[in-house]
Design a protein around this ligand. Structure first.
Ligand code: AHM
Ligand code: MG
Length: 354
């Protein structure tokens, strides 16, 4: 029998490389894995339980929340609020920072999460995911502040996602490569199934919502044609795959090679920054992409270098094989100066604590 590596064993093995490590971080990742098991159980039986369908509540982005969103949001908070490992949390489903309740100890990390990304896909049985990101506390008080939360992706201590698909997988990085674990439901444990994940050199897919094409900028339109092999000498077209569930689209492209595109556009002229959220979606996936040998950009530069200015900041997102993402930057630089000039003031806003 080959070596059996549970997620706990893997985290502990990685920790051994840091003699000063206290184990706090290890336990934090393990807590996230525990929350993922609960969410996995609930998503798997979504079709059976009376949990299916939207609640009447509307989240901060004006979107209807699914009941499972609420469950996932709450379980992640509850599993992490009392451990003394975190000084604050932030969730895509809430307006403000989530404070650690005053009767519990606080710790030296902050946790940001999108509890159930792509949740409108649940009642059509399409894979959804949880995205998480962990920063180190940088402020001096006991409780976490916006300064702790609004850090560039470059300073992430760890990030990952869980995909609730044909099987449940947790993929994470602490800056030492990207590792994937598959949940064995019968024993309730994540086992290492994809060590050292790397974006393959061969590129198979591009993912974009073509329904939005008429709002795309000229550079993005031409870039996508380039992906289709229409421009460029003898280029083979990439196949198009779009699930509309970011974790699933990202995961497939990570395994198979390719690029995910959710550009900024001119649908609303005053909002040229696209749909996805920097703090809950883009930073974590950019960190993983970089650790796997890929790259993520907002079309202007590296996502990991963006200094966030607000919790629910949105960002154009191009992620996947480095050369494919750099090509997007090239097209945007060449053809989309009007858009760049409209977007840059938003990108460069300074956070209030600075
Ligand atoms: P959500 O956080 O409200 O679930 O929205 C994010 C999702 C992503 O999973 C996905 O990539 C994107 O929205 C799809 O958007 P669209 O339907 O505009 O293509
Ligand atoms: Mg989301």
């Amino acid at each position: 029998m080959s070596k059996i590596v549970t997620i706990e064993r893997h985290i502990l093995d990685q920790q051994k490389q840091y003699p000063d490590a206290t184990g706090i971080f290890t336990n934090l990742l393990y807590d996230i894995a525990l929350a993922a098991k609960f969410i996995s159980r609930e998503t798997n039986r979504a079709g059976l339980a009376d949990i299916l369908g939207a609640t009447n509540q509307v989240n901060v982005h004006g979107e209807r929340q699914q009941k499972l969103d609420l469950f996932a949001d709450e379980i992640l908070f509850k599993i992490n609020d009392h451990t003394g490992r975190l000084c604050a949390m932030a969730s895509e489903e809430h307006d403000d920072i989530l404070a650690i309740p005053p009767h519990y100890d606080t710790g030296k990390y902050v946790l940001l999460y999108d509890p159930l990304d792509g949740s409108s896909n649940i009642d059509v049985n399409v894979s959804v995911g949880t995205i998480f990101a962990i920063h180190r506390k940088v402020s001096s008080g006991v409780y976490g502040t916006m300064e702790d939360i609004l850090q560039p992706g470059r300073s992430l201590a760890a990030a990952g996602y869980v995909i609730y698909g044909s099987s449940t997988m947790l993929v994470y990085s602490t800056g030492q490569g990207v590792h994937g674990f598959t949940l064995d439901n019968s024993v309730g444990e994540f086992f290492l199934s994809h060590p050292n994940m790397r974006v393959p050199n061969e590129q198979k897919y591009y993912s974009a919502n073509h329904g939005n094409e008429k709002y795309w900028t000229p550079g993005v339109k031409q870039y996508v044609k380039w992906l289709q092999g229409i421009y460029g000498e003898g280029r083979k077209p990439l196949s198009h795959r779009y699930i509309g569930s970011l974790v699933s689209d990202f995961h497939r492209n990570l395994l198979c090679g390719g690029v995910f595109v959710y550009p900024g556009d001119f649908f609303y002229r005053s909002k040229p920054y696209g749909k996805l959220r920097l703090m809950y979606e883009a930073q974590a996936l950019a960190f993983l992409a970089q650790q796997a040998g890929g790259y993520a950009s907002d079309g202007v530069g590296d996502i990991l270098d963006i200094q966030p200015h607000k919790l629910h900041q949105r960002v154009p997102f191009f992620v996947g094989n480095r050369d494919l993402v750099e090509k997007a930057e090239e097209f945007i630089q060449k053809y989309d100066q009007e858009w760049v000039q409209a977007y840059l003031p938003y990108r460069n806003l300074v956070p209030t604590f600075a």
